[in-house]
Design a protein around this ligand. Structure first.
Ligand SMILES: *Cc1c(COP(=O)(O)O)cnc(C)c1O
Length: 383
């Protein structure tokens, strides 16, 4: 185990690798189990499951505990991490853990689409009302507001929020804060230190890093971790040990991958900003991006995902541009080593997106100059 005094790269190398879990191996092995065998009835009747104690496959094995512990160590101030079979399951279970019928949830208008869908369908059916707010503004909590959901930067349009300010406001009113921290990860935005109660990661993205696995993780303070983990077990959530192992594998190299994603994405964003075909470049580290000042104040880096505006082009021209690209795959998700592109049409209900005709890039680990050449040839074919 690494202590809280270690720097983040060391934590990534050491985290979760307890001797009692890995034996003499470097890595904690894949432990597959539904049944756990007990030596006696007394042991069987030991009471409620504890994390890190073999009980039943649902409560995990050392493979899961290793990943959960490593993720918890990245967030000083956190009490634990619950693992899920997708980032979306992590989001929905975190919401269910804090909301009850009659409560109101505040959610940013730029929230991840499937999160919005869950709020508008399942939460609504169970008597929780979601009120969306402009991600570039400060929401006004109401009498029934129980939770404030944050996603910074926002999905598709990348608005950076004043997370420390909003958390302080929520805390003063007894409102729980949840942050979808998938874009920054704890490496570029330590959430608990900013005052967040519950931090959610689609570990599918940068933790796993190779576009071959779905994992969700929720890291929470002592007040919120136990109820959250208990609810996850009550709902029967589990993560396959093979996938948990791939998560730990990805985590070891996350810092170096993120730094390269950062450098390459900045290079592409700056190159795009200088192109006549491009309007706004919605990259948190660039001044075009709403909330750029909060990124400068609060973040330790920027990752590989950003959006830009194709100026004066209609949807057909945007499609033609995207299909002309050779090194950017067309597909959902991001955070892997490969570059991706998508047309982006935000669904908003209470605020306007910063621009229309948007294209989202995930900048992978290819040589950034090859990626720029690819964008340049696609622009040339546009004329
Ligand atoms: C991808 C994503 C999720 C969901 O993760 P999955 O593992 O794909 O379910 C949640 N939030 C954000 C911001 C995402 O980009």
């Amino acid at each position: 185990m690494s202590g809280p005094d270690k720097r983040v790269e060391t934590k990534l190398a050491k985290g979760g690798r307890r001797k009692q879990w890995r034996g003499s191996l470097v890595n904690v092995p894949v432990e597959r189990a539904s049944t756990i065998l007990f030596d006696s009835i007394a042991e069987l009747d030991r009471g409620r499951p504890e994390l890190g104690t073999y009980r039943y496959g649902l409560q995990g094995t050392a493979t899961h505990w290793a990943l959960a512990e490593a993720l918890t160590e990245l967030e000083p101030g956190a009490a634990g991490t619950a693992l899920f079979s997708s980032g979306l399951a992590a989001v929905t279970t975190a919401l269910l853990a804090v909301l009850s019928p009659g409560d109101e949830l505040l959610a940013p208008d730029a929230v991840y689409g499937p999160t919005r869908r869950f709020c508008d369908t399942v939460l609504k059916r169970y008597g929780v009302a979601t009120r969306y707010y402009d991600p570039a503004a400060v929401p006004e909590p109401g009498e029934r507001t129980r939770a404030l959901f944050l996603e910074s930067p926002g999905s598709l349009t990348m608005e950076v929020q004043d997370v420390p300010g909003l958390c302080a406001l929520a805390r003063a009113r007894g409102i729980v804060t949840l942050l979808d921290n998938t874009w920054a990860t704890p490496l570029f935005f330590p959430a608990m230190a900013a005052g967040v109660d519950i931090s959610i990661l689609a570990a599918t993205k940068y933790v796993a890093g190779h576009a071959d696995v779905l994992i969700g993780a929720v890291t929470a303070t002592a007040e919120h971790f136990r109820p959250l983990q208990t609810l996850a077990w009550d709902l029967g959530h589990s993560l396959s040990p093979d996938d948990a192992w791939l998560g730990s594998r990805g985590l070891r190299t996350m810092a170096v991958r993120l730094r390269q994603h950062e450098t390459s994405a900045l290079k592409l964003a700056q190159w795009l900003k200088a192109r006549p075909e491009v309007g706004l470049v919605l990259h948190p580290a660039l001044p075009d991006c709403p909330g750029h000042e909060f990124w400068k104040r609060d973040f330790l880096g920027s990752s590989g995902l950003f959006t830009f505006e194709l100026k004066g082009a209609g949807p057909a021209a945007r499609t033609a541009f995207i299909e002309q690209l050779e090194l950017f795959g067309i597909g959902y998700s991001w955070g892997g080593y490969e570059s991706l592109v998508l047309p982006v049409d935000p669904v908003r209900t209470v605020s306007a997106p910063p621009a229309a005709n948007l294209v989202r890039l995930h900048v992978g680990l290819e040589d950034p100059d090859d990626l720029i050449d690819d964008l340049a040839q696609a622009f040339r074919k546009q004329q």
